[in-house]
Design a protein around this ligand. Structure first.
Ligand code: G4P
Length: 524
């Protein structure tokens, strides 16, 4: 796609999964192949766990969950791989969705025994919205797993995408023999080991050698299954993958470092280099000479002694250079960044330049908001990911009258970071915070106290959904707002939001007001 070799060789992606499916283990093995960590080994080892996850915030250390997003980059073969790590906890799903705006492709990890889980489904929805190319890794084949054909059907149905196996497992659990590579036509025999790279053999599956390797019965079964696969699934087509229409599927065991190298090799070969990015004004091509980029994530407290944040900027086009003045479109002013950083596992280094596809960390003390655009002077606005209607709501109240200002500032900045969503009820003027999980309320409270010296108190409000509303019929819109005045709010951009207190009420409203559109995401 890109003609500049520096950009062409970049692979910027995220590994996503339902918690516990094996995302951390897979990331760790990728880092191992990329030479970023030296020991192949137990995820249990704290040292490696720290390398493979981000634990910047105190709260996540205490709770042992990975809350924030980090970036890991390494060179592999001729490629430059940028892995965007995403929070392991589903209460931070919004954060993960946002990270997906900055990647060019995704690897989804699925637990072979559990199949598609809630979080996997949601993440796939976001990928589908953006036609993000997806590769699926079915993990934990060393444990008793569902049958591979059943798994393929489940993936196709639940994730609403065509699938095409590129490797095929021979049994699972204690009987797991390995995988057959349908792409390279060789057999990869499984040895349960974290350190040893497993044996790969070229076998002509029509000969007796296969029987000698895995036994007569399994050899026969495999031949039958391979025939079926060729009959059922069309030939793998890279273009269809790149358009987000078909997802190639690999089987393996991340913990045992089995099937991971095949996955990585195929990934770097077929995954897209930086893709064009849509801005409101036009589509930006990655190899345009001028730098453009947008902020997709702001993380506080990387250094706990210091309140400065880091804004993560995805370079969309051209080359970013240290110390060069760039245009901050929302503020309409020029800024210079003297210490942009890039990330190597847990190390952070200052960089002099970065190319389209890269993620750079920019020190930030309140100048950035999620979705902000940087350019060499052009008035561009990259479109961020829409906000989704939150699932939980609470009134936020000041618990320390002396700290009103601090509280307001804290809430403002945390919302800029995209920690949660703020709605102001137009009826009583009270502030309502909407999140996707209980934990976010705790994070907000904790951070207000530790970073802003402010105290908040939560009060219950019983709400079902927040819907952004619009209509071509201004009279009907006014009538609706009047009828529902107690439930009308504004989001931070001043858009009208209807706070429905039950599914029934929402349904009735949709029936009574046919010319009003109710949106469950903020971008429509
Ligand atoms: P996550 O980031 O998606 O949440 O998953 P993670 O890699 O932390 O893996 C979750 C659990 O599953 C871990 O066990 C891990 O060791 C195990 N696991 C990952 N891949 C495989 C695999 O291929 N086979 C098997 N049998 N297990 C696998 P844990 O006991 O919860 O954590 P830990 O104590 O090992 O860190």
């Amino acid at each position: 796609m890109a003609t500049n070799p520096e950009i062409e060789r970049r692979r910027t992606f995220a590994i996503v999964a339902h918690p516990d499916a094996g995302k951390t283990s897979l990331t760790e093995k990728f880092l191992l192949f990329g030479g970023q960590i030296q020991v192949a080994g137990a995820v249990k080892s704290n040292k490696i766990k720290k390398t493979a996850t981000s634990d910047w915030m105190d709260i996540e250390k205490q709770r042992g969950i990975s809350v924030t997003t980090s970036v890991m980059e390494f060179d592999y073969k001729d490629y430059k791989v940028n892995i965007l790590d995403t929070p392991g906890h589903q209460d931070f799903a919004e954060d993960t969705y946002r990270t997906l705006t900055a990647v060019d492709s995704v690897i989804i990890v699925v637990d072979g025994a559990k199949g598609v889980e809630t979080q996997t489904r949601k993440l796939m929805e976001v990928c589908r919205m953006r036609n993000t190319p997806v590769i699926i890794f079915v993990n934990k084949m060393d444990r008793e797993a569902k049958g591979p054909f059943d798994l393929m059907d489940e993936l196709e149905e639940e994730l609403v995408i065509h699938v095409r196996p590129l490797t095929w497992p021979i049994e699972s659990g204690p009987r797991f023999k390995g995988v057959y590579n349908l792409y390279e036509h060789n057999l990869n025999l499984f040895q349960p080991s974290k350190q040893v790279v497993t044996e790969k053999v070229e076998v002509d599956i029509t000969t007796e050698e296969l029987d000698n390797r895995i036994g007569h019965d399994l050899a026969d079964k495999l031949r039958g299954e391979l025939e079926l696969i060729e009959g059922v699934y069309p030939e793998f087509n890279v273009d269809e993958y790149l358009q987000g229409e078909v997802a190639p599927v690999f089987f393996g065991s991340a913990l045992n470092n089995f099937g991971v190298e095949e996955l990585l090799n195929t990934f770097v070969e077929i995954a897209p280099s930086p893709r064009p990015v849509k801005a409101e004004e036009r589509t930006v091509m990655p190899d345009e000479p001028k730098f453009t980029g947008f902020i997709f994530k702001i993380t506080a407290n990387i250094d706990p002694n210091h309140r400065s944040c880091i804004a993560f900027c995805k370079v969309c086009s051209g080359r970013f250079s240290r110390g060069v003045p760039y245009y901050h479109v929302r503020h309409d002013k020029t800024m210079r960044f003297s210490s942009p950083t890039q990330f190597m596992a847990q190390r952070k280094t200052t960089v002099d330049e970065a190319w389209a596809g890269d993620i750079i960390g920019l020190p930030d003390n309140g100048t950035f908001k999620i979705g902000d655009t940087l350019t060499e002077g052009e008035h561009l606005h990259f479109r961020g990911l829409p906000s989704f209607s939150p699932e939980m709501f609470k009134y936020i109240e000041n618990a320390d009258p002396m700290k009103q200002k601090q509280l307001a500032k804290g809430i403002d900045q945390l919302m800029d970071e995209g920690v949660a969503q703020l709605f102001i009820n137009q009826f009583n003027g009270r502030k309502i915070i909407g999140t996707v999980g209980q934990l976010q309320f705790e994070v907000i409270q904790y951070r207000l106290e530790h970073e802003y010296n402010a105290k908040c108190r939560w009060e219950p409000v019983s709400l079902y959904k927040a819907c952004w509303i619009e209509s071509d019929d201004p009279a009907e819109l006014e009538a609706f707002k009047k009828r529902k005045y107690q439930y009308m709010a504004k989001d931070r951009e001043g858009r009208d939001v209807f706070l429905a207190d039950s599914g029934y009420v929402l349904q009735m409203a949709q029936m009574d007001f046919k010319h009003i559109k109710f949106h469950f995401t903020s971008e429509f």
